[in-house]
Design a protein around this ligand. Sequence first.
Ligand code: NI
Length: 181
Amino acid sequence: MALLKIARMGHPILMKPAEYIEDPTDPALAQLAVDMFETMFDAPGVGLAGPQVHVSRRIVVYYIPEDRGDDPEPDAFPPTVLINPVLEPLDTVSQGSTSVMREACLSLPGMSGLVRRHKRIGLTAQNLQGQTIERELDGFHARIVQHECDHLDGIVYPMRMDDLSSFGYDSERPELSEDEE
Ligand code: NI
């Protein structure tokens, strides 16, 4: 078990695509996942991607705590590892297929901003046993997985923002509201 150093926005490792993982059952990968969970819970955060801990490989860990189960996905979700995740929007981009919510990221500590995401996505990934996971996700669950998978493609959430006026330090925003749509 080890706490890993978290890369902050500006570090080149956050800006480049991460490498495909050939062997999801590699024991070293299982140990990395354990360390990523420990680092995520310590931070604390709800998701972490390989590049954020200076490992440019396609691995994501996340969970949904009970107090963050925003509608329309009210359920908590257990700690999960995704290897080589691939996402597909389940709706064509039209009115109502996306939503805007405030996001934060362990690579931009103390900051947040409003980000538009697909409401529903299809997820295909592998787990640490090498099995294929296929799921349909919506709500907060879909959002967090989109955020984490973006890290694997060198994308940090401010790069997804429509309007940077909502971006900034939480400590300077006394009336942080749960915004929008
Ligand atoms: Ni992030």
